[in-house]
Design a binder for this molecule. Structure first.
Ligand code: SF4
Ligand code: SF4
Length: 83
């Protein structure tokens, strides 16, 4: 059985509208929609309306649900696995 060893989730801030769908759908609350901090700019992605989706990669389990609910197809999930 293959075991997932690494998960990378990427959100294209250029096309994300900040609709919040992915945040609501995530079963483990790994995503958070927040306003960009103009001072620190940490863990944020620039989006058209000045909002940002923040990912807690330690919590994300790679289920892929957020990809399916994104109307913009802005989310990409990459996993690495080993046998
Ligand atoms: S892949 Fe699953 S666990 Fe990870 S952020 Fe998306 S919905 Fe949440
Ligand atoms: S579902 Fe897509 S468009 Fe909506 S906030 Fe999430 S990444 Fe952005």
């Amino acid at each position: 059985m293959r075991k997932v060893t690494a998960i990378a989730l990427d959100i294209q801030g250029r096309i994300c509208t900040g609709c919040n769908n992915c945040v609501v759908a995530c079963p483990v609350n790994a995503l958070e929609l927040t306003v960009i901090n103009p001072v620190t700019k940490k863990k944020t992605y620039n989006v058209l309306n000045g909002k940002a989706v923040v990912i807690d990669e330690d919590v994300c389990n790679g289920c892929g649900i957020c990809l399916m609910v994104c109307p913009q197809r802005a989310i990409t999930l990459t996993t690495e696995s080993s046998v």
